[in-house]
Design a protein around this ligand. Sequence first.
Ligand SMILES: Cc1cc2nc3c(=O)[nH]c(=O)nc-3n(C[C@H](O)[C@H](O)[C@H](O)COP(=O)(O)O)c2cc1C
Length: 445
Amino acid sequence: MKICVINGSPRGKNSVTLQTLLYLEKRFPAHEFDFLNVGAGIQSFERDMSGAVEAIRSAELLLFSYPVYTFLVPSQLHRFIELMKRSGADFRDIYVSQLSTSMHFYDITAHRFIEDNCHDMGMRVIHGLSAGMEDLLSPQGRKEAEDFFLYLIHCVEKGIYEPAPPALPSAPQNYVQSLEPGVKEGGFDTVIVGDLREGDESLRAMIKDFTALYPYKTRFVNIGDFEFKGGCLGCFGCTASGKCVYKDGFDSMLRNSIQNADATIYAFTIKDHSMGSRFKMFDDRQFCNGHRTLTEGKSVAYIINGDYEHEENLKTLLEARAQVGHNFFAGAGYDIPTMENTARRLAYALEHKYVQPRNFYGVGGMKIFRDLIWMMRGLMKADHQFYKSRGLYDFPQKRRGRMLAMCLVGALMRSSKDSGKMRARFNAGMMAPYKKVLERARPGK
Ligand SMILES: Cc1cc2nc3c(=O)[nH]c(=O)nc-3n(C[C@H](O)[C@H](O)[C@H](O)COP(=O)(O)O)c2cc1C
């Protein structure tokens, strides 16, 4: 079978993910592999997509190979997908799948992003493989990769693929400003970070209306104007120094103009089910912050031009980002009523210093980070200091008293002849501390 591999890692030939594809190429010599290095060579595809279009169209199976980057795929791969879609080429009915490596931190949103875009192009999607970064190093990981490959070949040969989701209504792009800007109070530093470029009149109008609905003064940082030297290279150069290898002033812009605000409102137009490749570049480059939740306790909101209501993956992603960062998520405004509610929630959170505790998205995400930093603490020193000083290494083995109590309870329950009585005692014991809290509670304000 003719397989075209899109290597979306900015690390090019040094991509960890690519090694699995090279392994499969060796293990299954009857199949023909063709590699396109789009992550490291995106500039050449900007100039000319014809070779790539031909390679994809002549393949029987297209395979995206990439690292998960900040909930999605690297900005360079975002851009390549934009170029594929803009090329106008017919990719209908081509079988497509994906193989990623990551720490499994939001690999689901990355995979869904690829699938949604491939469905847009009428391709035949087969669910991909999300491998751990070191899986290929173990016999089990190699077997999983081989099994996945055999499954893929089977699906292509037998015509098995995922049903396409129902087509979404097209994104509204003709928003017209309708509100008068009022006089605003200071008091809270609110920054709007937008990707606003020539022709983005709808988003510009939405931002104006949002600022009219929001009671406090705002300032604007336009990443549409920022001269990025490029997307994150995944070189890990910043892990020791905290400084990016690019010298384009991004780190200081991030720290001095954005992260110091009390609240951040991101504004973008939905492109290809996400915030677009430029916004993604902005997100990926924040890797210079390591895994430190530097804006913890602050609030975030979004102004979104497009059909946000139907973008389930994007909704998950925005909530998850806020959850992991432990920010109050004031919501996303995409028309006057939703912008009004977002503005009100944001104002309340600032006025009352309100932030909810993390849910599964945040708790689960932080546990992955916790384990990663613990393992990498020799390299990621700033992250390690941050996690240590905040008591984030909450490994279960530290709660020895509780673990011992559970051993005793378990032994008693197993050995007791009267299991009903034991269960009642267990429940009474479990409820006792909560009862104490209720007994001590007094009416508040
Ligand atoms: C900028 C950046 C962002 C990353 N974001 C994530 C992430 O959101 N989730 C995750 O599990 N791993 C993340 N990683 C880790 C990579 O997915 C992982 O190291 C991957 O195996 C690298 O593959 P590659 O060598 O093919 O590029 C990130 C790494 C970088 C450099």
